[in-house]
Write a protein of this length. Structure first.
Length: 134
């Protein structure tokens, strides 16, 4: 006795295949969107850290450099005191810039998981068509 699957016409089977391919495509696009938005979020956080470091560095440079230089000017000449303070703030700003650069370097905007599943889907489709063509 024939089952329902064996009784289906070619047009029904092609319709099912088309629906499955469309569904697969929609799911792959959604996966790419989610994966990309995660990377964009990481990049935005790293950019925010760099911006915050710049603002804090600028405010520190303005406010604390004068206070520290005037305090140091009690021990060393005023020009040397301001130079020492400037070097210290340059070191701090450099450290913050290096940390931010490392964070940005770790961001990968390519949706790797989606690329891998698309390659696998293409291979499965090729294999299926090759078996069907025989």
């Amino acid at each position: 006795m024939a089952t329902r699957t064996e009784e289906r016409s070619l047009s029904e089977l092609l319709s099912d295949v088309t629906a499955e391919i469309a569904s697969l495509f929609r799911k792959e696009v959604e996966l790419a969107r989610v994966e990309t938005s995660e990377q964009v979020s990481r990049a935005a956080k790293a950019g925010g850290m760099l911006g915050a470091a710049a603002v804090i560095g600028f405010l520190d440079l303005i406010l604390f450099s004068f206070a520290a230089a005037w305090a140091l000017s009690e021990v060393v000449p005023e020009g040397v005191a301001f130079l020492i303070v400037a070097v210290v703030f340059a070191i701090v700003a450099g450290a913050l810039a290096v940390a931010g650069k490392k964070r940005i370097a770790s961001v990968n905007p390519v949706p790797n998981q989606t690329v891998q599943t698309l390659k696998a889907d293409v291979q499965v489709a090729k294999d299926s068509f090759a078996r069907g063509a025989r």
